[in-house]
Design a binder for this molecule. Structure first.
Ligand SMILES: O=C(O)CCC(=O)C(=O)O
Ligand SMILES: [Fe+2]
Length: 238
């Protein structure tokens, strides 16, 4: 699957946006499959990691190199078909972080850092949300409204895929404002406007997005993996 046509104009040229990456049926099944009892609640959102959170040394302890079937098929397989992970250390995704944001919740500007191969694939489910992307120098600039000056705004629609790699991964910060509405959304303000699946709805409601619960699945290749099975039971002698 070629992603060249999905390149977002504006940010460092290594962010790609694809609307309708999963179908509505797939979205429903995915939302139903997220384990209900594994959430870790933070003050501004809740999250869970599959198969596990990284250790203090950024190591993934895993018994299996693949993710659970409900994530492998269709999502992981479909992301692999974009070639985005071809050059990663394991040549595949081995980790999924799930974040849930209620209306008004967000995440502080940050970078994902060195624990991962520098490619992240994000699938959005539920409501739409604006991801603010800034260069590292720009990060501490605030507008008179108190909102973070954002160099690029990426509108993530439900069922969309966003791939961030290259300079966009290494030279920018990303965050989500803690607002109940994303306002002033249009051709001049949304970096991926031309790639959206449904511009009409945004225009129809007054160039804004009223936040509802949004769940993101972020897929990565964790560089350091320790095979828990081999450690516990002894490496098979071959
Ligand atoms: O929810 C998102 O789209 C962003 C999540 C994020 O930045 C992260 O988990 O590192
Ligand atoms: Fe992040």
């Amino acid at each position: 699957m070629a992603m060249d046509d999905q390149r977002i104009p504006g940010p460092p040229p290594s962010m790609f946006y694809m609307p309708n990456f999963v179908s509505e049926d797939e979205e429903t099944k995915l939302l139903e499959s997220i384990p209900a009892n594994k959430w870790i609640t933070l003050s501004k959102r809740r999250l869970q990691a599959i198969p596990a959170r990284l250790t203090a040394t950024n190591t993934l302890l895993a018994t299996d190199s693949s993710l659970p079937p409900w994530l492998e098929d269709p999502i992981v397989q479909r992301i692999h078909a974009t070639d985005a992970f071809d050059a990663s250390p394991h040549g595949r995704i081995n980790h999924c972080l799930i974040n849930e944001y209620l209306a008004g919740q967000g995440i502080m500007p940050h970078e994902d850092g060195g624990a991962y191969h520098p490619v992240v694939a994000t699938v959005s489910l539920g409501g739409s949300i604006v991801l603010d992307v800034t260069t590292k120098e720009e990060n501490n600039t605030f507008l008179a409204s108190g909102r973070q000056a954002s160099k690029w705004r990426v509108l993530q629609e439900p069922r969309s895929l966003l791939i961030t790699c290259g300079a966009a991964y290494s030279d920018t910060l990303h965050g989500i404002a803690e607002v109940t509405e994303d306002v002033d959304l249009g051709e001049g303000t949304v970096a991926n406007w031309s790639l959206l699946g449904d511009q009409e709805t945004v225009i129809a409601v007054g160039e804004k997005n009223v936040r509802t619960t949004r769940i993101s699945l972020t897929f990565r290749d964790v560089k350091k993996v320790s095979n828990l099975g081999a450690k516990l039971f002894g490496k098979a002698k071959t």
